[in-house]
Design a binder for this molecule. Structure first.
Ligand SMILES: *Cc1c(COP(=O)(O)O)cnc(C)c1O
Length: 362
């Protein structure tokens, strides 16, 4: 699905001496590189503050805590996402409530969200799925009407913007993941929380560091969740090139679109032209399993994100609220993700497209 080696090889010369320096100085966490990365990321994303943490899951969890979400609260989110989105809600003691998604964007449907609001609703947790920004204007309207906090799951959307505003700059906070295969990927786990609120950022600095604002004084229950210096070295090098990486993904997506224009598949929607950063290229097909087998026979990878929506997962089914999510159920049966990374060649995209086009049937 993704080749991480090419990108890393092209950065080796820049990264190697920096890694050596970190190893020689012995300053592995809470050092100058993590700090520098936070300010460079904040500037790139156009937000006031950015706080590095140990993973995207932690970014969601700590952002929800900083928003005051806790036991007795409900948080409305998408059932068509990675498990971490709902896990983070449960970690706070709150309950995830699943609202259905839009059949075209695969993102939370603002009308379904409005219908899911209850007395207990405290926050909305939209996911910019596969790199496509959520309809934030409509969600913000629901949030404003009911006085709810909005925390954005930006794990798949680094660099994506809607109406020129980056994902992660719309809500109270945005949670990013640097899992190696994400658009901006580290050499291990890492995450980042963005916010325009100084007091939220300062609270997050304490939450990630054992609830402490000065050494060995603990103001509240905190966590151990820092972005380490070696990750910061890799992420700073990649951040300089993220625009080109995302353009590369868009180039691959446009090639898939051209090649598959007349195939019996539903291509992913682009709600706003140019806004999608294609963390994944996910189409829909009636005979998905047949296409997967044909791809496998041609030694081409494919994946299904997500085969079991969260409202049907044993881990969440009991705890979660919300009605049926028929759109998410139908997508789970039809979606198919094709290989996607910036360096994927035109020839490979053509070869993959040919297999899909020849096998797809409506
Ligand atoms: C990857 C991902 C996460 C979790 O990020 P980690 O860094 O792996 O903890 C959360 N939400 C979504 C939608 C993701 O894709």
């Amino acid at each position: 699905m993704v080749d991480l080696k090419q990108q890393m090889a092209s950065l080796m010369e820049e990264v190697e001496p920096e890694v050596r320096e970190v190893l020689e100085t012995g300053q592995f966490i809470m050092g100058p590189r993590g700090k520098a990365f936070e300010s460079e990321a904040a500037e790139f994303l156009g937000v006031q503050r950015a706080v590095g943490v140990a993973s995207g899951t932690d970014a969601l969890h700590l952002a929800l805590r900083a928003a005051g979400v806790g036991p007795g609260d409900e948080v409305i989110t998408s059932p068509f996402t990675f498990a971490a989105t709902a896990e983070a809600i449960l970690y706070t003691g709150a309950r995830p409530v699943f609202a259905d998604v839009d059949p075209h964007s695969y993102n939370l449907d603002p009308e379904a969200v409005a219908a899911a609001v209850s007395k207990r609703t405290r926050a909305l947790l939209p996911v910019h799925l596969f790199g496509q920004p959520v309809d934030m204007e409509a969600l913000d309207a629901v949030a404003a009407k009911h006085g709810l906090a909005v925390i954005e799951d930006c794990a798949q959307s680094f660099g994506a913007a809607r109406q020129g505003r980056t994902t992660g700059a719309w809500g109270l906070a945005g949670a990013f993941s640097f899992f190696p295969s994400k658009n901006l990927g580290g050499a291990g786990d890492g995450g980042l929380i963005t916010t325009n609120e100084e007091d939220v950022a300062d609270h997050l600095l304490r939450l990630r560091n054992h609830g402490s604002s000065r050494p060995y004084f603990h103001d509240e229950l905190g966590f151990n969740s820092r972005l380490d210096e070696l990750q910061a070295v890799v992420l700073r090098a990649k951040l300089k090139r993220i625009r080109a990486y995302n353009e590369g993904r868009r180039r691959v997506a446009m090639a898939y679109r051209r090649n598959l224009a007349s195939a019996a598949v539903t291509l992913p929607a682009e709600v706003e032209e140019g806004a999608h950063v294609y963390h994944q290229f996910v189409l829909q097909a009636e005979n998905r399993e047949e296409i997967r087998e044909a791809l496998q026979a041609a030694e081409i990878a494919s994946a299904v994100y997500y085969a079991v929506p969260l409202h049907r997962q044993p881990a969440f089914a009991d705890a979660a609220g919300g009605d049926a999510c028929p759109v998410a159920d139908r997508l789970a049966e039809r979606v198919l993700a094709l290989p996607m990374f910036p360096e994927l060649s035109k020839e490979d995209v053509e070869r993959i497209s040919t297999v899909v086009a020849e096998t797809a049937r409506s």
